[in-house]
Design a binder for this molecule. Structure first.
Ligand code: ACO
Ligand code: LMR
Length: 271
């Protein structure tokens, strides 16, 4: 009898063995050519979640990607990309230096915002109990706070996402909870708003619940880091823009002004 060799890799998302490769069973030509009704949101839902989502959900995904594509040259990631491009490095090298800044403070708070707000909501915490819980954990609340945006200088990206959800989502229970939390945090400090990372992550949970996923499946997406991935793909568009901008402008190598550095070096102690 024929002995089957154990496979070293398993793939459940795409198949390139036939005449034409498929994305979760859909031939690329049926996805990629105009007028077949597939947008980039559909490509993501097929390749990341192996399902074809309804239009309101793929429109949400696309709205997220467009919303996070760039936020100017001064933010951590764009800054790194610009410095690296000016050191003469190629697009890929420059891009990854920007991507590496995406994390708990910048752009990569989406998974944790979803995780902690969902945990609070699943366990019936009130908004003030949630704030005390995070304080006890010694953690800033992921998805809350912004360097320059505040109640008086609102983040219109957040307003846009909330408007999209109000008009298109069947319900937004986790967003409603997060907005109650925001009322309390902003009463303490003006800039402790529900930020763009928080809004995206929380609305993804509301989206997945409305699509019929189980709580375990949603927790699995969060644990896998699927939510930060939306920021990674979206912001790559802007990072590449900044890198091409540097190349186009032919900017010289960057050196940080020394008068902007506090030099505070003592002679090393002899041991
Ligand atoms: N939860 C609780 N308290 C907070 C939070 C938070 N998320 N953010 C700031 N604070 C408090 C700080 O404890 C500090 O309090 P203190 O003055 O009593 O010491 C005060 O607010 C100022 O804190 P800073 O860290 O100086 O605030 P800053 O404006 O520099 O930070 C940041 C902005 C990094 C976004 C911060 O709010 C944060 O860590 N938030 C959570 C992570 C997050 O959501 N990041 C995504 C931002 S959106 C994006 O990057 C696309
Ligand atoms: C961003 O989208 O990069 C930000 O919200 C961070 C910032 O400070 O603007």
């Amino acid at each position: 009898p024929k002995v089957r060799r154990a496979k070293q890799f398993i793939c459940t998302i795409s198949d390139d063995r036939g005449e034409e490769a498929t994305y979760a069973g859909h031939p690329i030509s049926s996805v990629a050519t105009p007028d077949t009704g597939f947008g980039i949101g559909d490509v993501i839902s097929l390749l990341w979640f192996k399902k074809r989502y309804p239009k309101w959900a793929t429109d949400y995904i696309e709205t997220v990607m467009k919303t996070v594509a760039d936020h100017g040259p001064a933010v951590s990631g764009a800054h790194n990309c610009k410095v690296t491009a000016r050191a003469g490095k190629d697009v890929i090298s420059s891009l990854v230096t920007g991507l590496l800044t995406i994390g708990p403070r910048f752009g990569g708070a989406i998974d944790d915002a979803a995780r902690y707000f969902k945990y609070a909501n699943d366990n019936g915490m009130s908004p003030s109990e949630f704030i005390s819980y995070m304080k006890k954990e010694g953690k800033p609340i992921s998805g809350i706070g912004h360097r320059i945006k505040s109640v008086r200088n609102p983040d219109l990206r957040v307003s846009g996402l909330k408007k999209f959800a109000a008009e298109n989502f069947p319900a937004t229970p986790l967003l409603d909870f997060a907005l109650e939390v925001e009322k309390l945090t902003t009463s303490k400090k003006d800039n402790l708003i529900l930020n763009v990372d928080g809004t995206i992550g929380i609305l993804m949970v509301d989206m997945w619940r409305a699509l019929g996923y189980s709580e375990e499946e949603i927790d699995g997406f969060i644990d896998a880091g699927a939510l930060n991935a939306f920021f990674v793909v979206g912001r790559s568009i802007g990072f590449i823009g900044h890198i091409l901008d540097e190349k186009r402008l032919g900017m010289p190598m960057y050196r940080h002004p020394m008068d902007d550095i506090l030099y505070n070096v003592e002679k090393a102690e002899e041991l």
